[in-house]
Design a binder for this molecule. Structure first.
Ligand SMILES: Nc1ncnc2c1ncn2[C@@H]1O[C@H](COP(=O)(O)OP(=O)(O)O)[C@@H](O)[C@H]1O
Ligand SMILES: CC(=O)N[C@@H](CCC(=O)OP(=O)(O)O)C(=O)O
Length: 264
């Protein structure tokens, strides 16, 4: 039987809220099984770019990343946010170690080529981009990897890569060796039938149901890339994938099945 591994992704709104982040990291530190944390931070990057007068543009949830924006996201994601999370986890006796994809060549990306839109320094990744052996070695040492949304091409360039995608491809790569459960933690109770009604959680979503919900106009903005990445994970052998509210992490792990489960 494969050993259990939790891969947990957190995003912008949580990272921006000191109290919520603290509560979340306490729950994360308590997880006894092997675990990996992946974080975004898009909200903070936008706030800093606005302060510096650098206009930001997102297409389908992906940030157009020119050189100035790349400088900002590298500082914000791989610098401030990553090191802050690692320090807070160390305080909670969790042996966290922070990485960008460039560190030890853990995640190698290819610059996004798009016929119509120039995304700039945005990196695309697949399961093969991930250095599975080295991540497994780190886990064996009882270390807890914390990944930011920065990758590289091994030719000296950094790239900005969506954090939901990073969590999905790491989960796919490590499913060869581990019984992976991928948890997308965000600010809603799960995927909602009506985004304004927290009681309208949809318990299970398959690819077919995803298409129907999309056609019915029930999914907007950030939830779309999150669901696409979640579906990509289940299609590529990740055992369990859930979208849950960030405050429900402990409850989900102890009692099982909070939020929305993504199925084949
Ligand atoms: N049907 C839906 N159910 C849940 N969230 C939805 C739905 N439609 C749109 N959303 C939006 O998607 C957001 C989550 O995406 P995003 O803000 O990108 O998360 P993160 O920054 O954590 O990755 C929610 O806060 C919500 O506003
Ligand atoms: C290419 C791309 O879009 N990268 C994302 C990476 C950060 C991210 O994913 O942050 P959240 O999880 O907080 O949304 C961005 O710069 O917004």
């Amino acid at each position: 039987m494969k050993e259990k591994l939790y891969i947990i992704k957190i995003g912008g709104a949580l990272i921006d809220d000191e109290e919520l982040l603290e509560q979340f990291l306490e729950q994360f530190a308590e997880i006894q099984e092997k675990k990996i944390l992946v974080h975004g931070g898009g909200k903070l990057a936008t706030t800093l770019a606005d302060k510096l007068g650098i206009e930001q543009k997102l297409v389908n949830g992906r940030r157009i990343t020119d050189k100035d924006t790349l400088d900002i996201v590298a500082m914000v994601y791989a610098g401030g946010i990553n090191k802050n999370i690692v320090a807070k986890l160390q305080q909670k006796k969790c042996k966290a170690v922070g990485f960008s994809g460039a560190d030890a060549n853990l995640i190698k990306a290819k610059k996004r080529e798009h016929a119509e839109i120039d995304f700039g320094f945005v990196g695309d990744i697949t399961e093969k981009s991930v250095n599975r052996k080295l991540i497994s070695k780190l886990l064996k040492l009882e270390l807890v990897p914390v990944f930011s949304a920065i990758t590289h091409d091994k030719k000296g360039h950094l790239f900005n890569t969506n954090a939901d995608t990073i969590a999905s491809v790491i989960a796919q790569a490590l499913s060869v060796k581990y019984d992976v459960e991928l948890l997308y933690c965000f600010d809603k109770e799960g995927v909602l039938e009506d985004v304004n009604n927290p009681e309208s959680v949809i318990k299970n979503i398959s690819e077919e149901e995803f298409s129907i919900l999309k056609e019915d106009g029930k999914l907007h903005k950030g939830i779309l890339p999150k669901l696409e990445n979640a579906l990509g994970a289940v299609k590529n052998n990740v055992n369990k994938v859930f979208l849950i509210k960030e405050t429900q992490l402990k409850n989900h792990i102890e009692n099982h099945h909070a939020g929305t489960e993504i199925c084949l």
